[in-house]
Ligand binder design. Structure first.
Ligand code: NAD
Length: 258
């Protein structure tokens, strides 16, 4: 009798062996966890951050996981810079199969105090940065029938006082994800977003402890998330399990947005 639910041949722990991934914002936090997870799966990883030097630890962890990794410095909001880094990553690592747009910043302020610069900066890095990479990487990803994952936020779905700029950028990423998913589907490229809730990183470390504890208590799972828990969801989307998933936003928030 034939197996009605065969395990794909690629469903081994190193199911990304031979593939090349770009991860932006890979110097720390969620980006580092994603880069190292993809390296564990066998992918060669181009780790992008504002400064290449800041990615030294991520590169070392990817190599310790048995994969190649390089560090590239780049401001994701600079279109020409991004095109040059995408080319460099392909040349150095031999192609491109996975793009994870994770780089992000916050400039929180209530609306009446938010400056034009606060707004422009956040949109430029979080939203235009992802568009820059998607445009630069689209041709090679069509060739490899690759995957794109954009790291959005639950705030892009439900909004947040004091984060009009950030929430707009993260909601924009969801629209970008759906549109590019429709455009690239016929070329075999799957494009999805992950919307984390409250995750323990340098970005959230600025929150006063009392406020963080109060927030954690309000989350149905009663704790904040870890970068590894986001990395595992990205792992699913770029692996064999994600082959028929496109245009989706996967909320990973312990129930925060319920
Ligand atoms: P982080 O501040 O710890 O790291 C941000 C990364 O982005 C760093 O590697 C930094 O170098 C890079 N970066 C920032 N601006 C850049 C630029 N102009 N060019 C290149 N790289 C740049 O952040 P994190 O908490 O790990 O968050 C990662 C992503 O997840 C962000 O997009 C963030 O918005 C999103 N997110 C985080 C949380 C959370 O609770 N931490 C929740 C939802 C979404």
């Amino acid at each position: 009798m034939s197996d009605s639910n065969p395990e794909p041949a690629s469903a081994s722990p190193r199911f990304l062996e031979g593939q090349v991934a770009i991860v932006t914002g890979a110097s720390r936090g969620i980006g580092r966890a994603i880069a190292v997870q993809l390296a564990r799966r066998g992918a060669s990883v181009a780790c992008i951050a504002t400064s290449a030097d800041n990615c030294a630890q991520t590169v070392a962890e990817c190599e310790a996981a048995g994969s190649r990794a390089i560090a590239l410095g780049c401001d994701v909001s600079k279109t020409e810079d991004v095109a040059a880094r995408v080319k460099e990553a392909q040349e150095e690592l031999g192609g491109l199969d996975i793009l994870v747009n994770n780089a992000g910043v916050t400039r929180d302020q209530i609306l009446l105090r938010m400056t034009e610069d606060d707004f422009d900066q956040v949109i430029s890095v979080n939203l235009k940065g992802a568009w820059n990479f998607i445009r630069a990487a689209a041709r090679p990803l069509m060739k490899s029938h690759g995957r794109i994952v954009n790291i959005s936020s639950v705030v892009g779905l439900i909004g947040n006082a004091g984060q009009a700029n950030y929430a707009a950028s993260k909601a924009g990423l969801i629209g970008l994800t759906k549109s590019v998913a429709k455009e690239l589907a016929s070329r075999g490229v799957c494009v999805n977003a992950v919307a984390p809730g409250f995750i323990e990183t340098d970005m959230t470390a600025e929150m006063p402890e009392a406020a963080a504890n109060e927030l954690a208590a309000s989350i149905p799972l009663k704790r904040i998330g870890t970068p590894a828990e986001i990395a595992h969801v990205v792992d699913y989307l770029v692996g064999p399990g994600g082959a028929y998933v496109t245009g989706q936003t996967l909320v990973v928030d312990g129930g925060l947005s319920l």
